[in-house]
Design a protein around this ligand. Structure first.
Ligand SMILES: Nc1ncnc2c1ncn2[C@@H]1O[C@H](COP(=O)(O)OP(=O)(O)OP(=O)(O)O)[C@@H](O)[C@H]1O
Ligand SMILES: [Mg+2]
Length: 186
């Protein structure tokens, strides 16, 4: 049985998060700062709209978790504090919605090339990508589950999913876990 879940994508700009979200989830289930920035000012990359976007995103996430709507959070979520804030939205309810961390392992050079090919308003400075890649590699290397989540999986440059733990029953029907490779933790 596939039940509702909160899925938090974790990866630097250009790693393929939005592509993965579009492939595996309904568009109405995607929540992101990019979407809210675009709604606010017409430009998903305009950082001046971030404060407004954040102020919309939090209650939106909390409400969706309260109503147990499957949701995919499509931000970089490289900082632990951002992941904990998403988890808090899920956990403020009795019988919280199950949570999944989906960590992208796309190499830095691929993210940098993809970033350079994007329109100017979507380009991020290389240092930012580098910093996030390093932080995520340090905190969430393959096989090290993300703090507080019910389940963690890793997605490679081609969109292939790897898991290191048996997939919990509640996530067994999730489309993005179909065909996932199981590896033994080293
Ligand atoms: N599995 C893939 N194979 C080939 N190209 C891909 C793949 N995933 C994403 N891309 C390409 O890489 C580029 C960046 O992907 P995407 O927009 O999904 O990244 P992102 O992680 O959402 O970045 P951001 O954090 O800046 O929003 C896009 O041009 C996309 O077409
Ligand atoms: Mg994106």
């Amino acid at each position: 049985m596939n039940i509702s879940s909160l899925n938090v994508l974790i990866g630097p700009p250009g790693c393929g998060k939005s592509t993965f979200a579009r492939r595996h989830f309904y568009s109405e289930d995607i929540v992101s700062l990019d979407i809210e920035r675009e709604r606010i000012c017409g430009d998903p990359g305009n950082q001046r709209a971030t404060e407004y976007a954040v102020s919309i995103m939090h209650p939106l996430l909390a409400g969706r978790c309260a109503f147990r709507r499957t949701t995919v959070l499509d931000n970089t979520s490289a900082k632990r504090v951002d992941r904990l804030s998403a988890l808090a939205a899920a956990k403020q309810h009795p019988n919280p919605i199950p949570t999944v961390a989906i960590v992208f392992t796309t190499p830095l050079d691929v993210c940098v090339v993809r970033n350079a090919e994007r329109p100017a308003n979507r380009r991020v400075p290389r240092e930012k990508i580098e910093e996030m890649r390093e932080t995520i590699d340090r905190d969430l290397p393959p096989g090290v589950p993300a703090d507080g989540f019910n389940f963690t999986c890793w997605v490679d440059v081609d969109g292939r999913v790897t898991v290191y733990d048996p997939i919990p029953e509640v996530f067994a029907g999730a489309s993005w876990l179909r065909g996932a490779r199981t590896e033994v933790r080293s």
